[in-house]
Design a protein around this ligand. Sequence first.
Ligand code: PGA
Length: 256
Amino acid sequence: MEIIIQPDAAAANALAARLFAKLIRKKEKCVLGMATGSTPLALYRELIAMDLDWRKVTTFNLDEYVGLAPEHLQSYHRFMWENLFRRVNIAKKNIHIPDGLAKGIPVFCAKYEKQIRAAGGIDLQLLGIGTDGHIGFNEPTSSLTSRTRIKTLTPQTRKDNARFFGSEDAVPHHVITMGIGTIMEARHCVLLAFGKNKARAIAEAVEGPITAMNPASALQMHSKVTVFLDEAAASKLKLTAYYRWVYDSKPDWQKI
Ligand code: PGA
């Protein structure tokens, strides 16, 4: 894992955006894994401002709430459309987001996995992290080899996401999420975390044991992960001086 600590979220997002832009410019038909929530918003704004050519880019989103129609204000379809897709020249047919209204969920999930494989796999997967260590909506105790499937949200996640829905009661209980095994097959994972409330989950994921109790810790087994943090999210890590030294001493060819 490469741990990059920046003074604030804006600086971290600007750097992460450069990684995405570099890939979009270099690989015409790249496949991106997209995330939702508060964390990726500034990164999406950076990418929009870069005026990249998205015509041949294919995307797969991590997750969606079961029971929410694409036009529902809190659906991740709507989130992606408002915050990224309607502002870039991506082709609609290249956008994939789990269908919250899918009738046969297992069949839908198997098809989603197949579509990812048919696209050639995910080149760059964007990830946020839950306060409980979830990636996608893979809650604690998720199988570390899981595939796209239905999951039940923990009370903690429903509480964390109540801010979007107005009340905790309105937050759906079920979601469709890429599995940890699915995420682990992406060629490069970029994990973003900002703010003090992510510090514990980040410390466990990066420096703790690999455990299904912190699903993000599975990324320790991935060969290419870049973690972008602000100072607050990095505040519970032990080896911060080392991470900073490694980053500051990089040869030019390794820089983003
Ligand atoms: P957040 O969610 O970006 O809204 O904090 C992250 C996540 O739950 O993965």
